[in-house]
Design a protein around this ligand. Structure first.
Ligand code: NAP
Length: 281
C-alpha cells in the first residue's frame, strides 16, 4: 500500500487529495495547522479509513513540526512513497505597499515550506524510489501585476522542482509541478490583500484588481476535484511529466506563454493591463 503525505490537507485541493488517495486504497498522512483544535475536519476519514489514515500537526513554516512529522512517519510507517507539497496561500498587493514581514511570510510558506518538507522526507522517498508533487500555479510561469510576491514564490517552486528533476532521478525519485489555473477552493477567501492606503499611487490599480477578482469569482467555477483526480492519476504513472497544467484558463495561459514570441506576448498583456488596471472607476 502506498504511503502518501499531503501538506495543507485542511482545505481546498489538499482536502480533496486526502479523499481521492484514500478512496484509491492508499495510506494517507494528512498534515495541517492546528489539527488538534480542528477535529471535525477529518471526522469521516478517521472512521471510514481508520487503518489507512494518520493526521499530523504540521505548519510548514515550523522546522520543529516538520522534523517531528518526519520522525513520526518513520517510526509508525517506516516508509513514504509520495509527498504532495500543496500548502500555500496568495499575497496580493503592490510591491511598494506590502510590508516586509508579509513578503517574508509569503516566501516562508510557499517556497521555504516546500523546501523544508521536501528535505525532511527525501531520505524516506529515496528508499521507496518515490514521487514528489509540488503545487505551483499558472503564476509559476507568468508574472502578473500586483501579484509579484505570489508569482515570485511559485516561480521559485518551479526552479526548485525543475532542478530537482535531474538531481533526484539517479536516486529513483521523480518530481512533478502541478500548475492549476483558477479554481474555487478557499484560496480566494484566504487571500492576503495587502491593501494600499487611499493615498497610495497604486490605489486605483488595487481597486480594479479586486473588482476583476470579484468578477471572476462570480463566473462558473472550474471544479477543484479535477485537480485532485488529476494528481491521483499522475501518481500512478511510471514516469512523471515535468509539469501538469490544469484548467482551461491554465492551458490557455501556458500556450500563450510558451508559443507566442515574447515581444508579442507582452504587448498583448500590456494592452490588457492598461485596460483593466488603469480604468477610472
Ligand atoms: N485555488 C486556486 O485557484 C489555485 C491556483 C493555483 C495554485 N493554487 C495552489 O494550490 C495550493 C492549495 O491551495 P487551495 O487552492 O487549495 O487553497 P485553500 O483552500 O486556501 O487551501 C490552502 C491550504 O494551505 C494550508 N496552509 C497555508 N499556510 C500553511 C502553513 N503555514 N502550514 C501548513 N498549511 C498551510 C491551509 O491551511 P489552513 O486551513 O490552516 O489555512 C490550507 O489547508 C496552494 O499552494 C495554492 O497556491 C491554487
Amino acid at each position: 500500500m502506498r504511503k502518501v503525505l499531503i501538506t495543507g490537507a485542511t482545505s481546498g485541493f489538499g482536502k480533496l487529495l486526502v479523499d481521492a488517495f484514500l478512496a484509491n486504497g492508499d495510506f494517507v498522512i494528512a498534515t495541517g495547522r492546528n489539527l488538534n483544535s480542528r477535529k471535525e475536519l477529518f471526522e469521516i476519514e478517521r472512521v471510514k479509513y481508520s487503518r489507512h489514515f494518520l493526521e499530523i500537526d504540521l505548519d510548514v513554516t515550523k522546522p520543529d513540526e516538520i522534523q517531528s512529522a518526519a520522525t513520526l512517519v518513520l517510526e509508525k510507517l517506516g516508509q513514504l512513497d509520495i509527498v504532495i507539497n500543496n500548502a500555500g496561500f496568495g499575497l496580493f498587493g503592490a510591491l511598494e505597499d506590502i510590508k516586509e514581514e508579509e513578503i517574508r511570510y509569503q516566501m516562508e510558506v510557499n517556497f521555504f515550506g516546500t523546501v523544508a518538507v521536501t528535505r525532511a522526507f527525501l531520505p524516506m522517498l529515496r528508499i521507496a524510489k518515490g514521487k514528489i508533487f509540488n503545487f505551483s500555479s499558472v503564476f509559476g510561469f507568468m508574472g502578473f501585476p500586483l501579484t509579484s510576491l505570489y508569482c515570485a514564490s511559485k516561480f521559485a517552486v518551479e526552479g526548485l522542482t525543475e532542478s530537482l528533476r535531474g538531481e533526484l532521478a539517479p536516486h529513483g525519485v521523480q518530481v512533478c509541478l502541478i500548475e492549476p489555473g483558477g479554481y474555487r477552493t478557499n484560496f480566494g477567501k484566504n487571500l492576503s490583500w495587502s491593501l494600499s492606503d487611499p493615498s497610495s499611487i497604486y490605489a486605483l490599480q488595487m481597486k480594479n484588481y479586486q473588482m476583476v477578482h470579484e468578477m471572476f469569482s462570480k463566473k462558473k467555477p472550474q471544479e477543484p476535484d479535477e485537480v485532485s483526480r488529476g494528481v491521483l492519476k499522475l501518481s500512478k504513472l511510471k514516469r512523471l511529466p515535468m509539469r501538469k497544467v490544469f484548467g482551461q484558463d491554465g492551458v490557455l495561459s501556458y500556450l500563450m506563454r510558451t508559443f507566442i514570441p515574447s515581444s508579442l506576448y507582452f504587448s498583448i498583456l500590456d494592452f490588457y493591463y492598461k485596460k483593466t488596471f488603469l480604468r477610472k472607476i
